[in-house]
Design a protein around this ligand. Structure first.
Ligand code: HEM
Length: 516
């Protein structure tokens, strides 16, 4: 009997010892995981229990309310441990914007996504080529083609490309708004480039003396309005189209004409699958859904908001215009570009995106144009978030910082003959790896650098190269008789050519079918 009691108590002790041992191992493993993350500066948040973290305190319902209470204590971004999974909860529009911007870059600018909407880009470039050809076809051979404004041509192409890619099918029935889009964008750019007295004297900002904020607000509301109704239309259309495609047995994944909104809706649908948005993002998404925010509308506002369209079209247009102008100023370079295109694409084909990685000389021409004419000469102004010391001087908190990339790109200590247009400087293999668009080399920053760097580089590169290669492969370009090229600049957030580039295109390829 005694031995049975002894056995039982020693069994009990063994079980307790085992349990404690397992607990200690798990606790230390959990702590290890936590402390490796703790080295990074994590957001603040409530303490949880070992192993289970904050899970026991969350309850099963009204998670959004618990989170709202926690954000009252810990601020607009806080962390909680759910088991050993670290989660961050974001509840301020500015931070949500940051998260979604990251999502925009990682998901919408991925090669797979950009491949999926190639057909939409290609279609719009084809339409431009057709219009250009048809406008000039009566003059072919006469040497008296019609002059066109290269900037206007590229902005109308790029606005359509961007719209089509972002939310084209949502706006199919809204022709009038689409026509107004170009005019509203142009006005917005003028407003953004106008020096604003309110920025210089914030105390006067409530007066909005120049009316800039009122006008900008009106245009933003207009954008928001079409976008919101577009989303609703689209949601309905999306389910119908999907149903039809499924009935017709189409492989939806392979379709190459999906606009971004469609891809976003699919992403949202697949949220729980392997291909879904990574944990932190789907977490925010779930929170937003719980709060009955329309996540698609938020996504869309982010992905297709006026700032993305403005950021994407005006910059790319400006670069098409500058590159064409430099090429017309340097006919030998233009000739080499066209020879390269003839070799890579062939005189009986149109340019396709898969040709672009092979046109190295055109790539060097574009890089050299970026160097001499960076689209945003002062990048996006930064504000110092704390007192700092830069170059031995004190820069007080809240100072506006302007980074003069234009000057760096023309600095004679950094570049040989910096004012010469010499694409060859970007052809050397060492140089190619040294100067890319990643923002890691502070000598060359056409897309900026750091947290605020361009969110659309991957798309920008594809669109710019496709438009330029198509215009240059399909047409010869010359100035109207008696005119001179002027390369002076007009300062603005985006720095355009002062005088529009007016040029005459003449079809270059023998097969007229390629222009239709
Ligand atoms: C040739 C075309 C383009 C050029 C040269 C360009 C250049 C730039 C530059 C210099 C900045 C500021 C970066 C900084 O201050 O560090 C910027 C910001 C931005 N770009 Fe682009 N960009 C182009 C096309 C695009 C496209 C196609 C999109 C979107 C589809 C886009 C979206 C943005 C956005 C959203 C920002 C603001 C990022 C932020 O403030 O967080 N850009 N771009």
């Amino acid at each position: 009997m005694a031995s049975w009691v002894d056995d039982a108590s020693s069994n009990e002790t063994a079980i307790i010892t085992c349990f404690v041992a397992v607990f200690v191992v798990v606790y230390f493993a959990w702590n290890e995981n936590k402390s490796s993350k703790a080295n990074a500066k994590l957001p603040p948040g409530p303490r949880g229990l070992p192993v289970v973290g904050y899970l026991p305190f969350l309850g099963t319902t009204d998670l959004h309310k618990t989170f709202t209470e926690l954000s009252g204590v810990y601020g607009p971004i806080f962390k909680i441990w759910l088991g050993n999974k670290l989660c961050a909860v974001v509840s301020s529009p500015a931070l949500v914007k940051q998260v979604l911007r990251k999502l925009f870059v990682s998901k919408m600018m991925s090669n797979a996504t950009l491949d999926a909407c190639y057909a939409l880009r290609k279609q719009e470039v084809k339409n431009t080529i057709r219009d250009l050809y048809n406008n000039n076809k009566d003059n072919i051979g006469s040497g008296n083609g019609k002059p066109i404004d290269v900037g206007e041509l590229s902005i109308s192409t790029l606005v359509r490309v961007m719209q089509n890619m972002l939310w084209g099918q949502a706006l199919e029935t809204r022709e009038k708004e689409i026509t107004n889009l170009g005019a509203n964008l142009a006005e917005l750019m003028v407003l953004l480039g106008t020096p604003n007295i309110s920025d210089i004297f914030p105390v006067l900002s409530w007066l909005d003396m120049q009316g800039i904020e009122r006008r900008a607000e009106k245009i933003s509301l207009w954008f928001e309005n079409i976008i919101n109704s577009g989303v609703e239309q689209y949601r309905n259309k999306f389910s119908v189209v999907k149903g039809e495609e499924a009935a017709a047995g189409k492989n939806i994944e392979r379709s190459r004409n999906k606009d971004f909104l469609r891809l976003l809706l699919e992403l949202q649908e697949n949220e729980d699958s392997a291909s879904s948005i990574s944990m932190p993002c789907s977490w925010y998404v779930k929170q937003l859904d719980t709060k009955s925010c329309k996540i698609t509308a938020i996504y869309l506002r982010e992905a297709a908001s006026d700032d993305i369209i403005v950021a994407g079209t005006d910059t790319t247009t400006t670069m098409v215009e500058w590159t064409m102008a430099e090429l017309m100023q340097h006919p030998q370079v233009m000739k080499k570009v066209q020879e390269e295109l003839a070799q890579v694409v062939g005189m009986d084909s149109c340019v396709e995106e898969y040709h672009l990685p092979k046109v190295k000389y055109l790539d060097a021409v574009v890089k050299e144009t970026f160097r001499l004419h960076p689209a945003l000469p002062l990048l996006v102004p930064r504000t110092a978030s704390q007192n700092s010391n830069i170059g031995g001087y004190t820069i007080p908190n809240d100072t506006n910082l302007m980074l003069n990339v234009w000057a760096i790109h023309r600095d004679p200590q950094l570049w040989d003959n910096p004012l010469d247009f010499r694409p060859e400087r970007f052809l050397n293999d060492d140089i190619i790896s040294k100067f890319n668009y990643s923002g890691n080399n502070f000598q060359y920053l056409p897309f900026g650098s750091g947290r605020r760097m361009c969110a659309g580089i991957a798309l920008a590169e594809r669109m710019l190269m496709l438009v330029l290669a198509s215009l240059l492969h399909l047409f010869e370009w010359k100035l109207p008789p008696g005119t001179k090229l002027d390369l002076s600049e007009k300062y603005g957030i985006v720095m355009r050519k002062k005088e529009p580039l007016i040029a005459i295109p003449t079809p270059r390829l023998p097969n007229s079918d390629l222009y239709q």
